[in-house]
Design a protein around this ligand. Structure first.
Ligand code: GDP
Length: 352
């Protein structure tokens, strides 16, 4: 057997483990916040990795870091971007992000990807799909966190937004796939919600639920180039009509519909000017801040639920007790209501 094929010795493994542990111990919130304030992208990556960690020690450090970051956060426009796979989200983000950087902005791209847990890889926020942007010093791209429930991933993304802002990123794009619950999560952490749609893809609504269209502050018809132009213009008129049928928004903003081509870089400037108009209209009226305040409350409630559930499932013996109770319920001895009462009583008895 050649030297390179020899198994690593125990001492070598121990050394590697010790150095990893030493590195983890070196992560100090007070140092990390300084890196963030300097706009360091590697510091930002490290900070997000810390808040994504599920280790008890990291959770505590992550919370400390967020507390330190809070005074430097909030000064960005947070934009949600959704649409079915293939609609052109990453190509749009590549063009839009590059345009914003030309305008002097710093752009962070985050993602909430409900499928990544299953596929084991991320299809959103993937740097290989945003080559120009990811090479840019003023852009930061982070794929979706994969661990945990949608609620958990969403909470971490929201915390990542605060960290990006502390690192001086003034436009935050949060990408998600327009097929499920994740848009609701993205909507609840952004100021402006962009829905990307294809023209003439058979069913004009492409499985996008009415509720998602109602959440949109703007709809962009993608791929308006070549032979698609005519159809895209028709779709624009149709969507405009459809949006008129929805109830008016509480902020008096009328959702806009535009056609874009990310490849020909057409309509990109217009998309940004719509968002600027939105800010001009909703910041002075106080609506922008009101919405952020409401979002903070929503996330506070969500976190309370998460923490309670965590605490609940940590109860010693609860798993076994629950299994036993399920058996009783399945054999018809008790109802599902009685079963839940037994489980809650068990929790209280073992936590008081
Ligand atoms: P995503 O899944 O929504 O992120 O979609 P992608 O950005 O990966 O785009 C899906 C496909 O549509 C790719 O082959 C792109 O090259 C193509 N595409 C995206 N934007 C445009 C566009 O503006 N014009 C044309 N003709 N094709 C585009």
């Amino acid at each position: 057997m050649s030297d390179s094929k020899k198994k690593p010795k125990k001492e070598v493994i121990a050394k590697i483990l010790a150095s990893k542990k030493a590195h983890a111990n070196r992560i100090q919130p007070a140092l990390l916040i300084e890196k963030l304030k300097d706009g360091s992208k590697s510091g930002l990556s490290e900070a997000i990795t810390l808040i994504e960690s599920t280790k008890a020690e990291d959770i505590q450090k992550g919370q400390e870091l967020l507390k330190l970051a809070l005074p430097y956060s909030g000064k960005s426009i947070r934009i949600g971007i959704t649409g079915v796979p293939g609609v052109g989200k990453s190509t749009f983000i590549e063009s839009f992000g590059s345009y914003l950087i030309q305008q002097g902005k710093k752009v962070a791209v985050l993602a909430i990807d409900p499928t990544s847990e299953k596929s084991g890889g991320s299809i959103l926020g993937d740097k290989t799909r945003m080559v120009e942007l990811s090479a840019n010093e003023k852009a930061f791209i982070r794929p979706s966190a994969t661990a945990g429930s949608l609620g958990g991933v969403a909470r971490k993304t929201r915390e990542s937004v605060l960290l990006c802002e502390a690192a001086g990123f003034d436009v935050i794009l949060i990408e998600t796939v327009g097929v499920g619950q994740s848009e609701i999560a993205v909507h609840s952490m952004t100021d402006f919600f962009l829905l990307l749609m294809l023209a003439g893809a058979g069913d004009e609504l492409q499985g996008i639920k009415r509720g998602i269209m109602e959440m949109a502050d703007a709809i962009l018809i993608t791929k308006t180039d070549g032979k698609n132009v005519k159809m895209a213009n028709l779709a624009r008129a149709e969507y405009k009509n459809a949006l008129h049928l929805f109830p008016a928004n509480s902020n008096n903003w009328i959702p806009k519909v535009e056609t874009i081509s990310s490849i020909e870089k057409k309509g990109i400037e217009k998309a940004w000017s719509i968002i600027e108009d939105f800010e001009t209209q909703t910041i002075p009226s106080g609506w922008f801040k009101k919405k952020r305040d409401e979002q903070q409350q929503f996330w506070m409630d969500e976190t309370v639920k998460d923490l309670l559930l965590n605490d609940f499932y940590k109860t010693t013996g609860l798993k076994e007790f629950k299994e036993k109770t399920i058996k009783q319920m399945m054999s018809g001895e008790i109802t599902s209501f009685q079963a839940s009462e037994l489980i809650i009583n068990y929790y209280h008895k073992n936590n008081d």
